[in-house]
Write a protein that binds this ligand. Structure first.
Ligand SMILES: Cc1ncc(COP(=O)(O)O)c(C=O)c1O
Length: 280
């Protein structure tokens, strides 16, 4: 999602785009390694669609090259990798509670985690106009505090996060069993931990036809994302000539199916029947 690159640009740094792994849609560690040069300071691993990126390999590369690891966990709250929760592998973990997320507020909200005391202090100062003490501003920051009302909503919903993520996994499992024989690629699991199934994203050359067939039945589906970041007007001029084949191919073939904790078996079966007919 565009916000990840924007966050880099806001600091004055330049985002450098690496390719994805075609199966999981997450950062390809080999592509990341090839992009490192003397100016590289950090990497943001986006845990796309609810599954953690290859955190062991990415962490090793960061250690070797002395880079900070920032995890974008916006879509992966509750996911884990080798038994460690998303957001606690890296130096920082960034979470979004935008209403559509697995834990959604009633408006915009988010959270940053860090392992380091020093960074924790910096974050607390930055989110409050660079201030520790009222009307004394030691640096330029933002108004980026978690709104109390949103925090109250989130605190109540947080109790049910695990239950809701389990329900999402059950929906994903039913999609897998019902779409086993369909001529499309089901999302790959890396087998390293729990997927939070923020999205259930399939791939097909006939993506647009499937999408239209679903729409005719009144079933919503989404394309995340139709244009890779290096092709976005804001970043294209500084990335002319850059080719990221796996990301570009994914943009042309991905389709995210409806998924939420309360999606009933009947509805899943209807969606799958429609896909089975239109995918051929
Ligand atoms: C992967 C990813 N990163 C960052 C964001 C930005 O989060 P927010 O909308 O809370 O700024 C989102 C979603 O909105 C996202 O999906």
């Amino acid at each position: 999602f565009f916000a990840t690159a924007e966050a880099v640009s806001y600091t004055g740094a330049t985002p450098v785009f690496a390719d994805i792994d075609a199966g999981t849609f997450n950062l390809d560690p080999g592509s990341f390694r090839n992009k490192i040069n003397s100016k590289t300071r950090a990497v943001i691993a986006v845990h796309l669609f609810g599954q953690c990126a290859a955190l062991d390999e990415i962490s090793d590369i960061c250690t070797t090259h002395e880079l900070l690891l920032v995890e974008d966990c916006a879509q992966a709250l509750g996911a884990d990798y080798d038994g460690v929760r998303a957001g606690s592998w890296g130096d920082f973990g960034c979470f979004s509670f935008y209403p559509t997320k697995n834990l959604g507020a009633a408006g915009d909200a988010g959270l940053v985690t860090t392992k380091h005391k020093k960074h924790d202090e910096t974050l607390r100062v930055l989110r409050h106009h660079g201030s520790r003490q009222t009307y004394l501003h030691e640096r330029v920051g933002w108004n980026s505090r978690l709104d109390e009302l949103q925090a109250a909503v989130l605190r109540v919903k947080l109790r049910r996060l695990e239950e809701f993520n389990d329900a999402r996994r059950r929906v994903a499992q039913r999609y897998r069993s019902k779409l086993q024989s369909a001529p499309l690629a089901l999302p790959s699991e890396n087998g390293r931990g729990r997927h939070a199934y923020h999205q259930f994203t399939v791939r097909s050359e006939r993506r647009d036809a499937i999408r239209e067939a679903l729409a005719r039945e009144g079933i919503a589906s989404s394309i995340f994302y139709p244009l890779p970041l290096h092709r976005q007007p804001a970043y294209e001029p500084s990335n002319r000539g850059l080719t990221l084949p796996a990301a570009e191919a994914a943009a042309k073939s991905v389709l995210s199916l409806p998924i939420h904790p309360l999606l009933e078996d009947r509805a899943i079966d209807r969606i799958c029947a429609c896909i089975q007919q239109s995918a051929r």
